[in-house]
Design a protein around this ligand. Structure first.
Ligand code: SF4
Ligand code: SF4
Length: 378
């Protein structure tokens, strides 16, 4: 085991290989507050990548309802139980990562192989609420809500310390040095499913027709030419933005991902205590009680929600939030000028523009041109 630094848990940890950070790291931010659970992302991924034989059950992108949903079932609660919850001291994780827990038993990764039927109910628990019954006519006016659920869209996190890489006995899984995308070499894989068992997010999936494991490929043919992946581009709620994440000490405030993750710290990793340093980041839902969110996203949750709620008076943050989902090309820089948010590609060309204040046009009741009165139906 090597000693590596994981900034998400703010300490060194054990990992089977030395740290090897790529030239640039594929990353994305998902704003959970805007997800409507429409599953367009799941379907655009499915029709692009997993429409073949042996892939029928696969959703490389899935959207589950929390707290009760999961694909596969109980993927997260089972692992949390195995590693023994998670203790944080401020922003330092003092519990065991999946690598440290495994080392106690001379294994490389703590994990489990889901049963076949666990993959069969991607929508189990959909829209199921936590906290009691909703009574007819009930209004919930306080934040966080006592009764709640939220949608959690998930893809492979293209982790910096991938458990799938650590678990594979054939070195079939690798992380590309040029962009940090994690792939399974189909010619080396023998279908042992160690990656399925080892990945804490359960994102590699076994194809019984080819006897190989498969996973999200970050739409690399699109990413390589600076385009958003299918799930990012087609998101109806415009909750996603994709780009490149720098190491924390190299954060660039004009890089949208760096700004959200490192500067404003409103986008947080999913279950950082697992230890893989995942690279999909989430703006946590503001209506959900803090203890649940701390378990899921770490101790930065309260500060993240506070900063997010202050966005209406924070021109730069507000500008970036309105640029989410506004272009097919990767937006690698942004700025806000004269109340217009502008996104640029890596060549410096403008790829997105949006006003941060929507023009509000009020139609008069009396329409002079037609000499009619419009009724105010409200
Ligand atoms: S999410 Fe899982 S499959 Fe994806 S890189 Fe991380 S450990 Fe590997
Ligand atoms: S397409 Fe976007 S809004 Fe719809 S479920 Fe997926 S992430 Fe949520």
């Amino acid at each position: 085991m090597e000693d590596v630094f994981n900034w998400q848990i703010n300490r060194n940890m054990k990992y089977p290989y030395p740290a090897a950070m790529p030239e640039k790291q594929f990353a994305a931010v998902f704003d959970i507050n805007k997800c409507i659970g429409c599953q367009t992302c799941s379907i655009t991924c499915k029709t692009t990548w997993t429409a073949g034989r042996g892939q029928e059950y696969m959703f490389w992108n899935n959207v589950e309802s929390k707290p009760y949903g999961g694909y596969p079932l109980y993927w997260d609660s089972k692992l949390l139980e195995k590693i023994g919850g998670g203790k944080w001291n401020n922003n330092t994780y003092e519990g065991k990562t999946i690598f440290e827990k495994a080392a106690e038993e001379n294994k490389s990764v703590e994990g489990f192989l889901p049963a076949l039927e666990d993959w069969s109910y991607p929508n189990m628990g959909e829209d199921e609420i936590s906290g009691g019954d909703v009574k007819q006519g009930m209004h919930i006016e306080s934040l966080p809500h006592p009764i709640w659920f939220f949608y959690l869209p998930r893809i492979c996190n293209h982790c910096s310390y991938p458990a799938c890489v650590a678990a594979c006995p054939r070195q079939s899984v690798y992380k590309r040095p040029e962009d940090g995308i994690v792939l399974i070499d189909q010619s080396r894989c023998q279908g042992y499913r160690q990656c399925v068992s080892g990945c804490p997010y359960k994102k590699p999936m076994y194809n019984a027709t080819t006897n190989r494991s498969e996973k999200c490929v970050a739409c690399y043919p699109k990413t390589e030419v600076s385009l958003h992946t299918q799930c990012m581009e087609h998101c109806i709620g415009k909750i996603r933005t994709q780009g490149w994440l720098s190491q924390p000490d190299k954060a660039d405030p004009s890089n949208p991902i760096d700004y959200l993750v490192h500067i404003k710290k409103i986008a947080l990793p999913l279950y950082p205590q697992f230890g893989t340093q995942p690279n999909i980041y989430y703006i946590p839902p503001i209506h959900v009680p803090s203890p649940y969110l701390v378990q899921m996203f770490g101790t930065g949750v309260d500060a993240a929600i506070k900063a997010y709620k202050a966005a209406p008076s924070d021109t730069t943050l507000k500008g970036l939030l309105v640029l989410f989902g506004s272009c097919a090309e990767l937006m690698t820089k942004f700025e806000v000028k004269n109340d217009i948010a502008i996104g640029y590609n890596s060549k410096g060309d403008v790829v997105a523009q949006a006003p941060i204040v929507e023009p509000n046009v009020i139609r008069e009741h009396y329409d002079k041109a037609r000499d009619v009165y419009r009724l105010d139906v409200t």
